[in-house]
Design a protein around this ligand. Structure first.
Ligand SMILES: [Zn+2]
Length: 101
């Protein structure tokens, strides 16, 4: 290594990504999709001891990640193509092109 730049590595395949080399950032954002509907069994649990006990056992970070989780990954061009061909890892390219947000 003659460069002093920190080594970048593809998070998917582990390939070294040299400074200046083409690479991509994959941003993953998963948020709860609340449709406004609460069924009776759920609303009945809102003030139950069991629900409160479960909340106390979990950290605020865990609870927050149930609602909104964000991650970023560095990808090489090959892994970018692989992720785009099967973004939901169904093994058969399922899931369609997804939404444009
Ligand atoms: Zn890769």
């Amino acid at each position: 290594m003659s460069s002093g730049a920190p080594a970048a590595v593809c998070d998917r395949c582990g390939q070294d990504l040299a400074p200046g080399e083409l690479k991509y950032i994959l941003r993953l954002s998963i948020t709860a999709d609340f449709d406004g509907y609460l069924n009776e069994s759920d609303t009945g649990k809102l003030d139950s001891g069991a629900l409160l006990a479960e909340l106390e056992m979990r950290s605020p970070e865990e609870l927050e990640e149930d609602i909104c989780l964000e991650r970023a990954f560095l990808l090489c061009p090959h892994c970018r193509a692989a992720v785009l061909s099967d973004p939901l890892a169904t093994g058969h390219g399922g899931g369609g092109p997804g939404w444009v947000t």
